[in-house]
Design a protein around this ligand. Sequence first.
Ligand code: BGC
Length: 968
Amino acid sequence: MDGTKKDPRLVFILLAFLVATPFYAFSPSASQAVDTPPVGDLRVGDLRVEYLIDPLGIDVRIPRLSWKLYSPGRGLMQTGFRVQVTAGQAGFLDAAGLLWDTGLVRTDRSVHQEYSGPSLESRRRYYWRVKVWASDGSVSDWSPTAFWEMGLLEDDDWTAGWITTPLEVDPSVSGPASYFRRSFPLQGGVRSARLYATSRGVYELHLNGTRFGDRVLAPGFASYNRRLPYQTYDVTELLEDGENTLGAVVGDGWYRGFLGFPGDRNVFGTRLGLFLQLEVVYRDGTRTVVSSDEGWLTSNGPILSSDIYNGETYDARAEMPGWSSSGFDTSSWVPAVPAEDNTGTLVADLAPPVRRIEEIEAVRLLDAPSGGSTIVDMGRNIVGWVRLRVSGGRGVAVRLVHGEALGADGDLYTDNLRTAEQADTYILKGGGEEWFEPHFTFHGFRYVRIDGYPGQLSVADVKGVVVHSDLDETGTFETSDPDINQLQENILRSQKGNFLSIPADCPQRDERLGWTGDAQLFAPTASFNMQVAPFFSQWLRDLRADQYEDGSVPWVIPDVLTSRGSAATSGVPTAGVGGWSDAAIIIPWELYLRYGDVRVLREQYESMQAWLFYATSQAGDDLIWRPGFHFGDWAGEVDTPADLIATAYLAHSAELMSSIARVLGLGDDALEYAGLFGRVRAAFQSEFVSIFGNLSYRTQAAYALALRFDLLTDTQKVAALDGLVDDVRDNDTHLTTGFVGTPAVCPVLGGNGRADVAYDLLFQTTAPSWLFAVRSGATTMWEQWRGIEDGVFAESEMNSLNHYASGAIGEWMYSTIGGINPDPRAPGFKNVIVRPIPDPRLTYASASLETMYGTLSTNWRLDDAGMFHLDVDIPTNTTASIYLPRAQAESVRESVTSLTEAVGVRTVREVATDVVVEIGSGSYRFSHTLLREPRIERPATGFPATLAFILLALMSLAGLLIRGLLTE
Ligand code: BGC
């Protein structure tokens, strides 16, 4: 087919504009106010600001607005929009009340439209709505009104002061939670009230006797000393005329609890603190502010101690009924004292909160072999805690110890928790039914051993509370194979369990840190399963803040390892590792690809440059990075040299930087980084490719990385692909890879015509393989391929049963089985590349993704007659390039017509054995008979280099012989 043909999508977009031209000709100009009545059945909705629905308290001065178009029609693009913003809903009715009216803007942009009206002010709520025009001449009605509200933008907006308890605290152990309260009068009718709050530690808020807000573990885990997130609450409805009382409880949390290397604690400070500012606006417009200050009282209470790793001890006898109500007897409370100020570090929390997401029932009770205790099986490995019902005598202590598995003796297995106790203790107050759940900890567990329970425990007394960052679930994935479906479920569950405020490695042992490597490897999969943009963006800002001056990026973000505790004295570096620190470049790029987010590239650009500079300087003149300390192909079964991995990542990061610079319009940088990529690639070849054209280290990880990062010549690629396939076969179709190699294996096999081998690996059920854990009954992803084999635990130090890294296969499942691929030329799924590669072991697969433009879905089925049926739904205002596998254009049907007659099908071409169809939005059904031969696309070989090398070698040998003979 014609390789020089214009990109068909360009033709399509041009056509869309031509269709819309008559409409433009009669449209008022952008500056004029137009209020065209709706035409057709076009709708606009799901209005978001900075990815969020109606956010409160944001501090982005130029927020980005996004919306979705809905229309059943085919091939529909947005051709224009009009956004209106007011500072009060009534403003829409009256032109004078509008703060910003874009008029008709002719563009197909419907995501990340930057606000560019008058400067936004602290505290103000801005209402907005949008109307859109589409390429078929239809016009939507105004969207429902949405809003965003600004937080406190200026330093002097803060009048609150930090307070803490004057009570003695022993910094070497988990301390009691501090309770704070203050009563204050209000009169005159409250029109609105906002509470801005944060803490040193983790907090819960109370108002007039009840806990409010559904956040848990706020303010989350962040690089507190540099960026401390505050949360904004609308408390209008909770306040009353007369006396009101605000209360807060603060526990150790990540701030001063155990964190990092075993035994380390007080990473951010030794004293808890509270900072809040309540701003009340009365009906007459006057205002009053109640802030944390020395007017607050404090006391210890029933939470005797709490710790993220170790759990919580709660003594219900010490409860203080009514402690957050007015009129409570405060005689035993003491005035709070001021604590060091650091308002300069306050930032608005822009990520979805951590919440109690779900409550699950226990499934069975087992008698612990040790006697006296009961083990509760929750049926699956979850992250959160237990809500327990108990009745018994005052002072009876019930202890709940959480673990992920049972040992060979049938007792709770806790060796893999290392020093983390994961134990909550509840001391009963007595006198009836009591319910306990902890406040300031979380556990990774499937089993709970309950010691000291008074009376007969029943399944109904134990609820599992599932806790994680409340990110929207955006993906679905299902196939005809139950094991693969279970794998998908396990990946998602491990994502949920570990996306708790930060992307963490594990949720159970004394670690739970934001390991950069794990995060970057899993980010593509994560973004299929959930809307991760604000979550990762917030974490990336911490990465930037914690980055060293020389550009090196810490192993974990927030950086709790460097220069603190044991790391400071051990001399072990805790930053700058290839494949890990590259998260600085890879994750922003993924957010760009998947959400069309250019701003994150711009914001992180300097950080990325600094990292690349650091990595390049570590590699030195020969551009081979021989890192001092490294993780290699972590948790793999075969070692791959660290210098190969680090150099491969250096090349990859350089190449990504070149693309990123291009997106940002920085041509010189793009050239420079492309040059760097070329040089590192060449260095890689001369260092790691033998004269016979094959890699000198023949491991699956080495092959997979070299191929995935495009580090080889065409000839070398052929050898590497063969080498990879041979190695897989030599290992009886098993993986030998670890965290770094694993995500690359199936994509390079599938992308080079060997999806059959990739599927073989996916369907493998003995270790090492993904389905080994599934077949072993795992309900989450394991850190080690052989986490538990024949009842034997792999090891105790590093054997998390809830570790998402190997779940990075999810990306391949969505993209190759489901067929959903982002298009770097039209990021954010403005164009999607739908390219499923079916396998006879599956009779159907379906996948969907809620993109920034709407729901994208694919669904294919292989019927008994060898026909392949593919249904796709393409969101309005987007296009799709559909690759129909092993097809002939003439024999493909769309619904009941041929491709040439199908409405919405723009162009058709053939690429190898695929038929590529460019379509616009709408629902389509393609059917064709699969050609017998699967597509095997081998990279072009060019001159047979291996042969050349052999000849060369023979010639030199002959030369030597002749010289030898002559000199004799
Ligand atoms: C973590 C990993 C991390 C690794 C570094 C481990 O302790 O759990 O997920 O990437 O350290 O090799």
